[in-house]
Design a protein around this ligand. Structure first.
Ligand code: SAM
Length: 243
């Protein structure tokens, strides 16, 4: 197999940065994932980014930089809320094959795509769920149960806190991948974080070589169980955000 040297090196550099040994097998999985995303994107809207090198940088490297948050390496279970085309859940699973990953999205078409991706990439221990985050939690008794909860590009931080923090086990973390306005979003979410049993830990800026992206990881630790009344219904979560 002939590798695209630019993409190969971009991924290799990112793996070095997160302290993970880079292998051809890792590259081949990401390369196939890229092909599947492009193929499926003709039928199901997954990404506006279609250029190969941009997919590597803006989706794959952006997602795996979450390993700059070191406790992720020790985690056993993770749920990715509003995973869409699989970000960051699938890249995390490729890098750390022993983690049990749940990918949840409210759009069934995207779950169908992920089924194909998971099967073709031969990923084990991945659960695919079609559902709304605020409903699935109670339906399946998943409250306070995951080591790590992730979410990228789904909603504002206050809304996300209500959707995601109730899934995190006490002592675990909610890791939100945010854009350049992470600080402002955090300021507006401080009360929601505390109300939901969380505690803000830090913001980790993500650096992607040769890219204009200014993304941040907002790290929130779960310090006590979330009250049973959260998450509320979507209308209340967005119409009457926790203040
Ligand atoms: N995380 C992916 C990424 O970074 O490319 C997808 C982002 S996409 C803009 C937002 C996704 O969140 C969509 O796939 C949408 O269906 C899903 N979503 C929105 N609200 C949700 C909810 N309440 N529960 C579950 N999924 C939700």
């Amino acid at each position: 197999m002939e590798y695209n040297i630019i993409n190969y090196n971009v991924l290799k550099e990112a793996c070095n940065d997160i302290g993970v040994e880079f292998t051809d097998e890792i590259f081949e999985k990401f390369d196939l994932y890229k092909d599947l995303l492009k193929e499926w994107n003709e039928k199901v809207n997954l990404t506006a980014i279609l250029d190969d090198e941009e997919i590597f940088k803006k989706h794959f490297v952006d997602s795996i930089k979450i390993f700059n948050f070191k406790p992720l390496m020790e985690a056993k279970t993770l749920i990715d809320i509003g995973t869409g085309g699989g970000f960051p859940g699938i890249p995390i699973k490729i890098i750390k094959s022993d983690i049990k990953v749940t990918l949840l999205d409210s759009l069934n078409k995207r779950i169908t795509v992920l089924n194909d991706v998971v099967s073709k990439l031969k990923l084990k221990d991945v659960e695919l769920v079609h559902g709304r985050a605020e409903e699935y939690l109670n339906e399946k008794k998943l409250r306070d149960s995951f080591d790590i909860v992730t979410s990228r590009a789904v909603a504002n931080l206050t809304t996300l806190c209500e959707l995601c923090i109730p899934y995190v086990k006490v002592g675990g973390y909610f890791v939100s991948l945010k854009g350049p306005n992470a600080e402002e979003e955090l300021d507006q979410s401080r009360n929601a974080i505390g109300t939901l049993g969380g505690k803000f830990v830090k913001i980790i800026p993500i650096k992607i070589e040769d890219s204009e992206l200014h993304h941040n990881l907002v790290i929130i630790k779960k310090v006590k169980e979330s009250e049973k009344k959260y998450p509320r219904k979507w209308k209340q979560i967005t119409g009457k955000p926790i203040k």
